[in-house]
Ligand binder design. Structure first.
Ligand code: SMO
Length: 760
């Protein structure tokens, strides 16, 4: 292949590296209003009265909206396919506030300073309600968080259960009876935040024809258009959503978070409006990863082969439930399909608490489940005295294996049977074993206060949501044999525009520079569900490949026609007859436009898939544990990924290099902390520490290059897979270093010291 698998300049690299005005906020509109949101200081309260008079009297205040200004129309902020599998449990503004940070009022002013000043002048009288801050308490003795009759699809509002499912395949009780060893544990993962560099920001205005324009930092422009249309009761055709360059999302922007508020102000005032979340607001008023408490029980035979797995998930979704059902469904799916097992059972419930709202975050439930599974795997290996890599190898899926749980747990409904067409997990484990010199490292003698250890964990993910994710592409040819590729796919900083250009270039046999990509704008680009579920290369790439094949066919037949031959080949940008006579792409296009046939060479295509091929990863962590202070230092991470055919090696490596610090953050330092009233404590990067360049261990990124037959040129996903295994690998390395077994993240020094004290 000429362009696939090759290093290519990023199409947006020129503009980004020169600081060109490409982001949402780089556009300044005349007479723009600045929005600020008044947020609840209470975790749970009813608004008895709001007096906006004093605020409204400030010079420069243009509009203040409260719950009284909006109809009671329930929706979900989750940017998912329609109908959304998330419960519709929120209002734009409500009379009840359910967490510290919940929206109370929105102020539109001539400047940010004026809006800020008005915040303090709004008089709100609250009737405090009991706050539930603990997910276990939420179901045990509930104060009902959503007692209203309006919400739709809450599983059991009276018990604060937002979503629920259970399932059993095979006979789990019998499986445990047949087991030689049964181990179980309870594992918990924290509230962590996506921490994308660019905050949520939206601009809205009315165009010359009075249509609503929304320019937003979003992963899901088409879902934004649909949901804003529904909420503000204006036709989809009257809305244009523009997604410019995006400074990261990681799932945090798979959400309709401010667009509807900003649009409401523009519709009311006729003026452009701007809303931007502060970094502080990002922590408690945007979205985060669902904390989960997972009980996992595994039964194995004497050889360590799985006989039965019983999984119980308690997911804390916070005050509202966007993605609540689907995230825990992914937790279950990925934890129950990494290894072969005839008997599996799962019960999962998502519960409301008066804490910030969780949502989509890279991995979408997988890191939680893989954490439990891969730590328990290590315990089983130790108990049976089998090498942890060998235990995994024995239980690995093979090509041709069916993944039965995928059929049972779909995206909120029954899914589709998945059969593995490619798996490189064994190769990833073997490659990593060689690379880290596993045997020697494992057996290193541990003495002194600093103990070194090494651990391994594996993970699997998916590639798009089968039967649901859909992408489309429009490709047209220009006289100089360049091509405009218009896609609804949403490059949010990942480089997906470049990957899609490579796919088109490969089909058309033209250099990547000849492909001019535009993404995305609901007026100009065809529909795409958006950038999530690691779907873009596979799903949108599938659409691009089809559209490019159609265009190539047109070029070919036009070329033959212009040459007056029936037989020809495409070679080096020419259509060439057997005689050697040839005509260039450029001439074919030019003559087709101006003199012969008068037609535009162009094509469109849509693509979806009932397959969702799992990519795989094996991560090896080398740590040192200071047994006097309890501090854990990650020395080195070796990450080996099977993502099928890699389209663009540096960009794929970048995905892994970006996932590892996020994973190590969840493992060792990141967690949102709340006081006894449910108020967030650490809402900046001092109190909430993410991995920085200074914290980073040495990273070794490797790919096992396979070929996924259902993917474009053999590709499957790479975006989310590398984030799941590092945390359990670190936990397992700590055990190898000092014998302390961690089951709760993040790992804190006192956990290590307590563990060491119990050992001695
Ligand atoms: S967590 Mo991603 O937006 O699938």
């Amino acid at each position: 292949m000429k362009y696939i698998g090759k290093k290519t300049h990023r199409l947006d690299g020129f503009a980004l590296s020169r600081g060109r005005p490409v982001f949402t906020d780089d556009l300044h509109l005349p007479h723009m209003l600045y929005l600020k949101v008044l947020r609840s200081p209470h975790a749970h309260a009813r608004i008895k009265s709001i007096d906006t008079t004093a605020a409204a009297n400030i010079d420069g205040i243009v509009s203040i909206l409260t719950w009284k200004d909006f109809p009671r129309h329930y929706f979900t902020s989750a940017g998912q396919g329609y109908p959304e599998p998330s419960p519709r449990d929120m209002l734009i503004l409500d009379q009840t506030v359910r967490f510290v940070g919940d929206r109370v009022a929105v102020i539109a002013a001539e400047s940010l300073e004026i809006a800020q000043a008005a915040l303090e002048r709004i008089q709100v009288e609250y009737e405090l309600l009991p706050a539930i801050l603990d997910p276990k308490a939420s179901i045990a003795n509930p104060t009902v968080i959503h007692p209203e009759t309006g919400p739709v699809d809450i599983y059991a509002a009276d018990r604060n259960i937002a979503a629920y499912f259970q399932s059993e395949l095979g006979d789990v009780d019998r499986g445990f009876k047949e087991s030689a060893l049964i181990l179980e544990g309870e594992y918990s993962t924290p509230y962590v935040q996506q921490a994308h560099l660019e905050p949520h920001i939206t601009l809205t205005w009315l165009d010359a024809n009075g249509r609503l324009v929304i320019r937003s930092s979003t992963q899901v422009p088409f879902h934004v258009r649909r949901i804003v249309s529904e909420l503000l009761v204006i036709p989809v055709g009257q809305i244009q959503v523009i997604k410019p360059r995006i400074g990261g999302g990681f799932g945090g922007k798979q959400e309709i978070l401010n667009e509807e508020l900003c649009a409401a102000v523009t519709l009311k005032t006729g003026r452009p409006a701007r809303i931007e979340m502060t970094r502080e607001e990002e922590f408690y008023a945007a979205r985060s990863r669902h904390p989960e408490i997972i009980k996992l029980k595994i039964g194995v035979d004497a050889e360590g082969l799985f006989r039965a797995v019983d999984l119980n998930i308690l997911e804390n979704c916070g005050a509202y439930a966007p993605h609540a059902l689907t995230v825990m469904s992914v937790t279950a799916q990925k934890a129950l399909s990494l290894y072969r097992c005839p008997n599996i059972r799962v019960e999962a419930q998502a519960v409301y608490t008066n804490l910030p709202i969780a949502g989509a975050y890279r991995g979408y439930g997988t890191p939680q489940g893989i954490f439990a599974l891969e730590v328990l795997m290590d315990e089983i290996a130790n108990e049976l005295n089998i090498d942890p890599i060998d235990l995994r190898l024995r239980n690995c899926q093979e090509v041709g294996d069916e993944i039965p749980i995928a059929k049972v747990l779909g995206e909120g409904s029954e899914g589709f049977p998945i059969v593995l067409h490619s798996t490189g997990l064994k190769d990833c484990l073997e490659e990593g074993r060689r690379s880290v010199q596993w045997q020697e490292a494992r057996q290193e003698v541990k003495t002194g206060p600093i103990r070194r250890g090494i651990g391994v964990a594996a993970a699997g993910h998916g590639t798009g949501i089968p039967g649901i994710d859909m992408g489309s592409a429009f490709l047209k040819m220009n006289e100089d044999a360049s091509f405009n590729l218009l896609v609804g796919a949403t490059d949010l900083g990942t480089g997906s525009d470049t990957a899609l250009a490579q796919i088109a270039a490969e089909v058309l046999e033209v250099p990547v520079e000849k492909i001019v990509v535009y993404s995305s704008d609901t007026d100009f680009t065809p529909f795409d569900t958006g950038a999530y579920a690691s779907s873009t290369t596979y799903i949108s790439g599938g659409a691009v490949k089809k559209a490019a094949e159609k265009v190539k066919e047109q070029i070919f037949s036009q070329g033959k026609k212009l040459l007056g031959v029936d037989q020809a080949v495409i070679r080096d940008g020419f259509v060439e007859a057997d005689s050697g006579e040839r005509i260039s792409y450029a001439e074919i296009c030019t003559r087709s436009m101006y003199t012969d046939d008068q037609m535009q060479i162009m094509a469109t295509a849509s693509h979806m898939s009932y397959d969702s091929p799992p990519p795989f990863n094996a991560t090896f962590a080398e740590v040192s544990v200071d047994t006097e202070t309890g501090l854990v230092q990650v020395e080195r991470i070796v990450s080996v990924t099977d993502a099928g055919q890699i389209i663009n090696p540096p960009m794929a490596e970048g995905q892994v290099e970006g996932a590892i610090p996020q994973a190590l953050g969840m493992a060792l330092c990141e967690h949102m902390i709340f006081d006894e009233q449910g108020a967030p404590i650490n809402t900046d990067f001092t109190g909430y520490h993410i991995y920085t360049a200074a914290d980073m261990p040495e990273i070794v990124v490797k790919f096992h290059e396979g070929h996924e037959p259902t993917g474009p040129y053999g590709a499957k996903a790479v975006a989310e897979i590398p984030i799941s295994a590092p945390a359990p690998a670190v936990v397992n390395a700590i055990y190898n270093a000092c014998g302390v077994r961690i089951r709760k993240l993040p790992i804190q020094p006192e956990d290590i010291l307590r563990g060491l004290a119990q050992l001695s």
